[in-house]
Write a protein that binds this ligand. Structure first.
Ligand SMILES: [Ca+2]
Length: 93
């Protein structure tokens, strides 16, 4: 499997792992998003664990405002973070 295919599989698995914790297993509730951010992206987002930050991120992600984050909305966040990381690493050279 190529690196990109592997990365896609891992993203889908990570999403399912958290989305499946409570309620609808195809979407992330705010609590599930918080856990995902803390466990998986803590090193990138740092203080994302404080409540105001989680509220803000959740609101930003929930584009269709149905009070849950689906895979498409989650994917958008991962993509934005990836672009930011890419800019960071290319600027460092
Ligand atoms: Ca949503």
């Amino acid at each position: 499997m190529s690196d990109i295919q592997h990365a896609m599989e891992l993203l889908i698995k990570a999403f399912s792992k958290y989305a499946g914790k409570e309620g609808d297993k195809n979407t992330l509730s705010k609590a599930e998003l918080k856990e995902l951010l803390q466990n998986e992206l803590g090193c990138l987002l740092g203080k994302a664990s404080d409540k105001a930050a989680v509220d803000h991120i959740f609101k930003e992600l929930d584009k269709n405002q149905d009070n849950s984050v689906d895979f498409e909305e989650f994917g958008r966040m991962v993509f934005c973070l990836t672009v930011m990381c890419h800019e960071y690493f290319t600027a460092k050279k």
